[in-house]
Design a protein around this ligand. Structure first.
Ligand SMILES: Cc1cc2nc3c(=O)[nH]c(=O)nc-3n(C[C@H](O)[C@H](O)[C@H](O)COP(=O)(O)OP(=O)(O)OC[C@H]3O[C@@H](n4cnc5c(N)ncnc54)[C@H](O)[C@@H]3O)c2cc1C
Ligand SMILES: *[C@@H]1O[C@H](CO)[C@@H](O)[C@H](O)[C@H]1NC(C)=O
Ligand SMILES: *[C@@H]1O[C@H](CO)[C@@H](O)[C@H](O)[C@H]1NC(C)=O
Ligand SMILES: *[C@@H]1O[C@H](CO)[C@@H](O)[C@H](O)[C@H]1NC(C)=O
Ligand SMILES: *[C@@H]1O[C@H](CO)[C@@H](O)[C@H](O)[C@H]1NC(C)=O
Length: 594
């Protein structure tokens, strides 16, 4: 009977991935993050692309404007500045998990960069491109390519806007040259900030290479004003040769110290319960190298909505307390196996995957670019369907400390390997390399970014099996290894004290006080993250279950369901919500049968 049940789960999890193989032509782009109830521009609600901030609330704003030119943008900032209303830039989709998109209070103004998405200038001689800040990465990469140029590094998903991704310090993976963060390639920008009445309440500041204020504006959390245009230093167009190899994880801790030096765009992904590491060998090759591959990453393709809903339902059954670790671990083997089988969505010729290496140009993300099909298919995170729903942690650890952190992480895994199966199901922990930056809120030293994705319940305060282990892992990273949280990811508690990890945060605050003395671009959230006012934790019943606090009392967990605030198993300083029963696993034998 059990065997039959497992089989059923396997088939269900397979569905959406099978459909991915068939390659749908359609795919509804995600909905707008800003919805206004009156006349499309007043009485607005603000959320992110997942339709859910970490505290599960929705923000409000009095009104929204949609400037189409820099002049209109200046007028919008001037109006907010004159009225001293809180204001915030919003993008086409707002992909950041934390509450970055919310203006302060409830009566603020949203300035959307949705229609600021043109190319301003391309200079093939100096290899520079200037674009408006609302342009999505896909269009930017294409505009550059049309002039024979390439943005050398970018996040792995092309639906982000240049203004939004810079604000959170977004990156790809590289320790070579200036490294994998996009802001390293910014050589100038135009930013609209508040100004005194004598200057019309708003001014355009042009920041050029060498201006120390550019080190504030490159990674700004959106609190300095609205960036109007960005100028990037590009490189001659090149291709990349990509190959994935999977090896066992016995030398994982050593490899993390050297892999970033071996391949220009290398990354690694750890499948903890399978004890494997997937190494991405990714190097620049001459543009004339034969091969016209495509990276249409499976995770960023439009998926049939029905399949997503079915997969989520299966996952919810597995996460429920009656389900066994073994069932979860069996199911967790499938996604990595299927992704590997399909070359992760890479094709050698734009259609078929025939083997490594694949020669490619572009960053993937076709689910935002597919024609509207009435929600028959969608991006996997579309909030209009009850599909996959996740937490996404992103934290960076100094390269010099990464091997020790990995060794600790493996020790934690060895204490109960099955507790890590959920990570395998989400294709493991992705590790990327980012170089030290001169940006005040950039990485203070060369580091490894750990990206962790796992199940999030749709129900507020519902405990998940083994969440204690993931929380311990995160607290160990943040507190023992001084990890820095990605501004566009994570849950509230990760940001507690985070600003102290940036030696130049004081310089940043000075620029903020100069550009926006009244703090109209600052919100409760940005003040908490920057350590200006308040604390990002929201303490209350079950706050630790939701990642809104670190527990210090059983009520922060779910004592009535058997979850109590306890020390970590390996990192004893951690405080996590442990289920007294969770270490007992009655069906250890079964996994060997399968
Ligand atoms: C599927 C997916 C994949 C991702 N992959 C990666 C990855 O590979 N690497 C990585 O580092 N991150 C990644 N991220 C995180 C992502 O890079 C950040 O969340 C990014 O900031 C989102 O960009 P956005 O355009 O959606 O901006 P938003 O989330 O809308 O905005 C972020 C902040 O920027 C401000 N802002 C936006 N535009 C402007 C402007 N013109 N002027 C001033 N302030 C502005 C906003 O007010 C807000 O405070 C990923 C996210 C998703 C959903
Ligand atoms: C938006 O609302 C603010 C605060 O209520 C107000 O001061 C401002 O004039 C409004 N702007 C627009 C464009 O309606
Ligand atoms: C700008 O966005 C619009 C949709 O809002 C799109 O049709 C257009 O192609 C984009 N422009 C560029 C240059 O990418
Ligand atoms: C790429 O190859 C072409 C043709 O072989 C050659 O002329 C060119 O110099 C090469 N470019 C680089 C950057 O190596
Ligand atoms: C376990 O499931 C039962 C019913 O299925 C539910 O009443 C109970 O609250 C759940 N306990 C936990 C810890 O989730």
């Amino acid at each position: 009977m059990r065997g039959h049940h497992h089989h059923h789960v396997l088939v269900i999890l397979l569905l959406p991935l099978l459909a991915a193989v068939l390659r749908l032509a359609g795919g509804s782009p995600p909905p707008q993050p800003v919805k206004c109830n009156r006349g499309d521009t007043t009485d607005c609600e603000v959320t992110n692309v997942y339709g859910s901030f970490p505290d599960r609330t929705i923000c409000r704003a009095a009104n929204a404007t949609f400037p189409r030119t820099e002049q209109e943008l200046v007028a919008a900032v001037a109006a907010a500045s004159a009225a001293r209303t809180k204001v915030k830039a919003a993008t086409r989709h707002s992909h950041s998990f934390p509450k970055l998109a919310c203006p302060g209070g409830r009566d603020g103004t949203i300035i959307s960069t949705r229609f600021l998405n043109r190319t301003v200038a391309v200079d093939a001689g100096t290899r520079r491109i200037t674009v408006e800040s609302g342009m999505v990465l896909r269009d930017l990469i294409r505009a550059a390519a049309a002039a024979g140029l390439a943005l050398p590094h970018s996040p792995y998903w092309y639906g982000l806007t240049i203004g939004g991704l810079l604000a959170t310090g977004a990156h790809g993976s590289s320790l070579w040259g200036k490294g994998g963060a996009v802001h390293e390639y910014v050589v100038g920008l135009r930013i609209v900030t508040p100004a005194p009445a004598s200057q019309g309440f708003a001014v355009v500041r042009e920041l050029v290479d060498g201006d120390p204020d550019l080190d504030a504006a490159k990674v700004s959390l959106g609190v300095l004003g609205v960036i109007s245009q960005v100028t990037l230093q590009l490189q001659p167009q090149f291709k990349r040769s990509v190959k994935f190899t999977t090896r066992d994880d016995t030398d994982f801790a050593e490899k993390i110290g050297v892999w970033g030096g071996l391949h220009e765009f290398g990354d690694m992904a750890w499948l903890p319960s399978q004890r494997k590491v997937i190494y991405r060998e990714d190097d620049r090759v001459n543009v004339s190298t034969p091969g016209n591959g495509l990276n249409d990453y499976l995770g960023f393709r439009a998926q049939p909505t029905l399949g997503l809903i079915t997969a989520r339902a299966a996952e919810e059954r597995l996460e429920r307390n009656g389900s066994t670790d073994t069932a979860r671990c069996v199911a967790a083997r499938l996604p990595p196996a299927l992704f590997e089988l399909q070359g992760y969505g890479f094709t050698n010729d734009g259609v078929f995957f025939t083997g490594w290496p694949v020669k490619i140009f572009l960053t993937p993300g076709t689910c935002i670019a597919s024609p509207e099909d009435g929600l028959l298919s969608s991006c996997t995170w579309d909030p209009r369907i009850r599909g996959p729903f996740i937490y996404n942690l992103g934290f960076s650890i100094a390269l010099s400390k990464a091997p020790a952190f990995v060794a600790d992480m493996m020790r934690l895994r060895d204490l109960n390997p099955k507790s890590f199966c959920d990570l395998d199901a989400k294709l493991g922990i992705l590790m990327r390399f980012v170089k030290a930056s001169s940006a005040y809120l950039g990485k203070p030293e060369d580091c490894v970014d750990f990206d962790v994705t796992y199940y999030r319940s749709y129900t507020d305060g519902e405990p998940r099996p083994h969440s204690d282990v993931f929380d311990e892992l995160e607290q160990m990273a943040l507190n023992k290894y001084g990890a820095i949280p990605h501004f566009g990811k994570n849950r509230n508690f990760a940001f507690d004290g985070a600003v102290r990890k940036y030696p130049k945060s004081g310089e940043f605050i000075k620029v903020k006080d100069r550009f926006d003395p009244d703090g109209i671009f600052s919100s409760e959230w940005s003040d908490q993250v920057l350590g200006i006012r308040g604390n990002p934790n929201i303490v209350g019943n079950r706050c630790a279950i939701e990642g809104l606090c670190v527990c210090s009392d059983d009520s922060h967990c779910a004592p009535e369901l058997g979850y109590f605030c306890r020390p970590g198993k390996l990192f004893k300083e951690a405080r996590v919500c442990s289920n007294s029963k969770s270490s007992v696993d009655s069906d250890d034998l079964l996994i060997d049968e399968l």
